[in-house]
Every structure is written in C-alpha cells, then in structure tokens.
Design a protein around this ligand. Structure first.
Ligand SMILES: [Zn+2]
Length: 376
C-alpha cells in the first residue's frame, strides 16, 4: 500500500507526506477554527476563523518541513547522504544515512533543527510586534497567525531539545558523550535512558491531566510517551546489533548445515525426504552450485498423482541473488542487504562458485540475540 505521497524536491531532496497528515490537517483546521481561535480572539466572523486556521495549519507544515530541511542541509555539509524527508502527523523525519556519522557531524546535524525552530519563533515574534506597534489593522489576521507561529516554533524547538534519544536533544546529548568518551555504545545507552525518562514524564503528565483535570487531552501525551519509549529502546538495540555485526565476518554468521535437493529428483521423493522438516524453502544444488530454490508452496499447486513425474528443476525458482557473497566479507553489510531487499537468504560461495553456506535472517537474529543476552 502506498503510504507516502511525494510532493516534490527541495534542494534535490525528495519531500513526502505520510497519508495520516491529510487527516491531521483537517482535524487541526477544525479544532483551531471552532475552539482555539474563537476562544483566544472572540468576536470575528466564523469564515474568518476558517481562513486563518487553514493558513496556520499550512504554516505548521512549512515550519516542520524547514526544521527537517535544516537537519538535512547540515548533514549534506558533512557529506552525509540524505535520502528524503517524510512528514508525519507528529512531525517529520529526515532519512539521513548513519554510516559516516561522527560525533561532530551528529552534534551539528541534530542541533540545526531546533536552532532553526527557535530562530523562526524569534523572527515571528519580531514581526508580530512590528504589526502590533504599527497597528496595521488590516493585518489583524496576520498578527494572529504570527503569534501562533511564534508559539508553535518555540514549542517545536523546546520539545525537540529534551535530552532523550532519538529526539534531537538526545542526539546532541549522545554526540557530546560520544565526543568526550569515544564510545558510541555507551553514549547511546545513556541517551536512550534519557529518552525513556522523557517518555515516562510524558505518560505521567498525561495521566495527571486526565485524573486531575478530567481532560482527555492527556491521552495525546500518553500515546506520544509510549511511542517515544519504544523508539528509544529500538535505537539502542540497533546500535548494539551494528556493533556485534561489525566485528564479525560472513563466515561467523553463515549457516553451513542445510538440507538440499537435486534438480533431477521428483516431487514425491522430495515429499518423503522433507516429511518431517519445517523449512519453507529448500536449496537445489547441482555439482555443489546453487541452481534454484524449491518453495514449499509448490506442493499445493501440483496434484498428488502428478508428483511422481514432476521434477524439482521443472518447478524450482531461480533466485535473483545467485551471485553470492564471499565468506570473508563483513557481516554487517550482508545483513543490511538481507533486511533491505527482504531476501529469505543470501548464498555464500567460494572461488569455484560452489555454495559453502547461507546467510539466513532468522538464524542471524537468533545469533545476535544470544550475543545481546550475554551482554546484559
Ligand atoms: Zn529535528
């Protein structure tokens, strides 16, 4: 399903919006025009409220976009690859590659977003004051929007600067510890601890708001807190996994024992051979070389009485990744490839192109889990 809509390119960076954003836009216009603005600025025509609410919601969108763009353009100054910017209902994400990250580049990259938001808030405030001082009556709507922009960008800047990973402030915090200690793993550990603390503060505030004020607005805090807690945990895990894998070679994570079939075998013999196994696919080898894969679902497509005369080579799939990797390559790269392409496995071959092992997702994940358990 298509979840993102591409808006276009800014400075060569593709900008996309997540489909939830459209819904939130409508909700926002609705709540601004029926509650927020009429309560704070009473006595205007209702159509006027709708207009300034639409402008304000669009300005929120632009504020978030510019915040993310600040991160991206700073990243680019450090020659770090920027994929695209995705705008979500709660903000945005700039897809910035982590590979060439250093403590210094992370610091500047992370601080650029909130710094921009706070500067933008300041600018809005100055313009707002100018409109007030010179009493431009015809700009009344403009002054309302400017004051809204001031508050909003100030909030964006302050909220993001909380020292909990993976918020911007948490990244700044992490990069400082990383810079000083030279230890990314320890830095991430502290920074994600900060992230969890912030998550619990939000959840606590949400519960207090519901219990003390009887307002269900507190639910937003709880949802946001739960979301932050789960990404704080995940990002620490990711760093650990990367650290474990970077030290390993493919030969350390490959599976060398696996069942295989030969192309000339017929399906009824295969059925007998694999009767007690639980694999969802089987490798097909010919003279030690990988020639195909038999998907277990094939059996449901071939009638029982035809299995005797159907050979493996007639129904096997020829995998697109038959080229294979070498066993002395770095393990991290192969796992990244596996996850990115969503392959079932990647073959590992020797110089004669013979299959010596396979990299399988489940197997590697179990292996990593074992390593992580040892570290606890
Ligand atoms: Zn940011």
């Amino acid at each position: 399903m298509q979840k993102n809509y591409t808006l276009g390119k800014l400075f060569g960076i593709s900008v996309q919006i997540h489909y939830t954003w459209f819904l939130v836009f409508l909700l926002m216009v609705w709540s601004l025009s029926t509650e927020f603005f009429p309560i704070n600025y009473p006595g205007m025509k209702s159509s006027y409220y709708v207009v300034i609410s639409i402008v304000s919601a669009l300005m929120l969108f632009i504020s978030v976009l510019l915040h993310e763009l600040s991160h991206s353009l700073t990243a680019r100054r450090f020659k770090i690859k920027v994929g695209m910017i995705t705008l979500f209902f709660f903000g945005g994400i700039a897809h910035i590659s982590d590979d060439k990250l250093t403590a210094k580049s992370e610091f500047w990259m992370a601080i650029a977003g909130p710094a921009f938001s706070i500067l933008f808030a300041l600018l809005s405030w100055i313009l707002f004051k100018l409109v007030m001082v010179f009493d431009f009556v015809f700009l009344e709507g403009g002054s309302i929007v400017l004051f809204f922009l001031f508050r909003l960008n100030l909030m964006l800047g302050i909220f993001n600067m909380f020292p909990g990973f993976p918020l911007d402030g948490g990244r700044v915090f992490r990069s400082i510890i990383w810079w000083v200690s030279g230890d990314l793993e320890r830095a991430t550990k502290y920074a994600s601890k900060g992230g969890r603390i912030f998550a619990y503060i939000l959840i606590g505030l949400g519960i207090l708001e519901i219990v003390l004020l009887g307002s269900f607005g507190g639910l937003w805090f709880i949802v946001l807190g739960l979301f932050l807690r789960s990404i704080a945990n995940q990002s620490y895990q990711q760093v650990l996994v990367k650290k474990v894998l970077e030290k390993l070679k493919i030969k350390d994570i490959m599976k060398t024992k696996f069942d295989y079939l030969v192309p000339e075998m017929n399906l009824s013999d295969v059925a007998r051979k694999i009767a007690r196994k639980s694999s969802i696919y089987y490798l097909v080898l010919e003279k030690k070389k990988l020639v195909g894969v038999l998907d277990i679902n094939t059996f449901s497509n071939v009638k029982k009485k035809e299995r005797k005369k159907t050979l493996v080579k007639d129904v096997m799939i020829r995998p697109e990744q038959t080229k294979g990797l070498h066993k002395d390559m770095n393990a991290f790269g192969s796992m990244t490839l596996l996850l990115k392409k969503n392959y079932l496995f990647i073959p590992v071959i020797n110089k004669k192109a013979e299959l010596v092992g396979i990299i399988e997702k489940r197997y590697v994940l179990d292996l990593i889990q074992g390593q992580l358990d040892l570290k606890k």
